[in-house]
Design a protein around this ligand. Structure first.
Ligand SMILES: Cc1cc2nc3c(=O)[nH]c(=O)nc-3n(C[C@H](O)[C@H](O)[C@H](O)COP(=O)(O)OP(=O)(O)OC[C@H]3O[C@@H](n4cnc5c(N)ncnc54)[C@H](O)[C@@H]3O)c2cc1C
Length: 475
């Protein structure tokens, strides 16, 4: 099949206007939120499972790799397309199909934006708990592929704890259903295996998610600390009280500076760290535990503690945290976010070692992270236009991951392995471990034509920016 025949075949399935292959139009699909780049041969916008199935079957026959694309907010290069591959994207499959309020289940298409689902079901007294900080932009399809977390996943668990089932198109175009709407499933938990498979097993086209009731009371605490060490002590103190907050987030001094550069979040100039803690539950419970949290913050050295219960006031306290990554743009044009996880008790020690890496490479590192989960997000700040900059931050990022692993942690808490961390997989997995994982992939995608080149080491990370007129782009 020639490239022209292939593209015409795609157009016949989804309509001419729903296949993009002009180099100028493709540029926005060249990247995600990571540092990797790869220009697809074409991007297809299907409107139904049937169209997805036919597109994927055609690509399979043509030997063309397929990458599912949500909204491209991924931070591990997951949606980056290998040479000659196409993307299947879901702006036309972005409908909330049904909300079953009695059984607290929503049925959605993969292109639904995370926050749109939550906003929609809140009108019915329900919520969708997993809330990545990117929730205004990221899609449910991308969330499932990455098993996304978020500030409130400390208490409620990550995406996998909220997905009941999904319809999936496999690499040959066949359509299967995983999971069940019943509380218990029979046989292998393939729904669980699929969640977090980073688009390598299949393309999710319809998803059933669990909804939770909106809690009676929510209270947010913002603690200002003179340094990261005392804020880390506060994290341990809160958890030692047996409290599981809905969220427990930390922002360090450099991030505070960035946040204050772009808007006044009310953080003092001399703040060394900020902790955000949110409690949810029955009013009496929140009152009682709230007192303990506040006491723990003062006892561990907070210089200020602010609390809010009304929705708009709580929103004010969250402003700095939610805008933190974007605010880093006021310090440097690019960031490379390392998604390491460490035992909570090692937070202070590991942050000290991260600061050493920063000094060694002369790279500013800002930290804004899910402290309650021990999920660090050191953001290495750089300018990709400087010669050798990418290589330097990748080296420094690898050293940060090594620090996390040495502390008993692991490579990723929520952003996935993708392209970015695949070469580091041997830090935590043996050859036999990875061989077992590959056998699972083989069961779903024996020809490895869905999102190939991700997760497993092959020496090909960090693809250079592709030239817009690369071979294969001339049709
Ligand atoms: C500012 C910022 C803050 C963030 N905060 C968080 C956070 O708090 N927690 C967190 O977990 N992540 C966070 N992220 C990372 C990112 O938003 C998540 O990984 C998100 O789940 C990606 O969704 P997406 O729609 O953008 O997917 P994309 O980036 O488009 O794709 C991600 C992966 O999903 C696959 N995929 C997409 N759709 C499908 C589908 N239908 N079927 C199968 N595979 C598919 C792709 O092939 C790719 O491998 C953040 C990112 C940014 C930029």
């Amino acid at each position: 099949m020639t490239t022209k025949q292939f593209l015409t075949g795609l157009q016949r399935i989804v309509g001419e206007e729903n296949v993009v292959f002009h180099p100028d139009d493709l540029l926005v699909f060249e990247y995600d939120g990571s540092v990797d780049r790869g220009l697809p041969q074409a991007v297809v916008f299907p409107a139904s499972t049937d169209e997805v199935s036919r597109v994927i079957a055609l690509a399979h026959r043509a030997g063309v790799p397929v990458v599912g694309r949500g909204t491209g907010t991924g931070l591990s290069g997951g949606a980056i397309t290998p040479p000659g591959g196409i993307q299947v994207a879901f702006p036309r499959m972005n409908h909330i199909l049904e909300v079953d309020t009695e059984n607290r289940i929503a049925f959605v298409e993969p292109g639904v934006i995370n926050l749109d689902l939550d906003t929609h079901v809140r009108k019915m007294g329900l919520r969708y708990a997993p809330d990545p900080s990117s929730q205004r932009a990221c899609s449910l399809g991308g969330n499932i592929a990455e098993n996304a977390g978020g500030p409130h996943c400390l208490a409620y668990g990550t995406t996998t704890n909220h997905v009941l089932g999904m319809e999936v198109v496999l690499e040959d175009g066949s359509v299967i259903n995983l999971g069940s709407l019943a509380r218990e499933t029979v046989g292998y938990d393939l729904r669980g295996v699929f969640t977090g498979s980073e688009g390598t097993f299949g393309i999710a086209t319809r998803i059933a998610v669990r909804l939770l009731p909106v809690p009676e009371s929510v209270r947010t605490f913002l603690g200002i600390f003179p340094d990261v060490e005392s804020a880390c002590t506060a994290v341990s103190a809160v958890i030692e009280h047996g409290i599981v907050p809905a969220a427990l987030e930390m922002i360090d001094a450099l991030t505070i500076q960035a946040v204050q550069n772009v808007s006044d979040a009310g953080y003092p100039d001399d703040a060394g760290a900020v902790l955000l803690i949110e409690l949810e539950g029955l009013q009496d419970e929140v009152d009682e535990i709230g007192g303990e949290v506040e006491a723990a913050l003062w006892e561990t050295g907070a210089t200020q503690v602010r609390t809010a219960e009304a929705a708009d006031e709580r929103e004010q306290l969250w402003v700095g945290r939610k805008g933190a990554l974007g605010a880093l743009g006021s310090i440097a044009p690019n960031y490379f976010l390392v998604d390491g996880v460490v035992p909570r008790t090692k937070l202070a020690q590991v942050l000290g070692q991260v600061a050493e890496v920063s000094r060694k490479y002369n790279i500013p590192i800002a930290n804004v992270f899910h402290a309650g989960d021990g999920n660090l997000h050191p953001c290495l700040l750089f300018d990709e236009r400087q010669p050798g900059a990418i290589q330097k931050i990748v080296e420094a990022g690898t050293e940060v991951l090594q620090v996390c692993v040495d502390a008993g942690g692991t490579l990723t808490g929520e952003h996935g392995v993708g392209l970015e961390k695949k070469e580091q997989m041997p830090l935590v997995f043996s050859d036999d471990d990875m061989a077992a994982m590959l056998l699972v992939r083989q069961a779903f995608a024996p020809d490895n034509s869905l999102n190939p080149g991700k997760i497993f080491p092959d020496g090909k990370s960090h693809t250079p920016r592709a030239h817009p007129f690369a071979p294969g782009m001339t049709v």
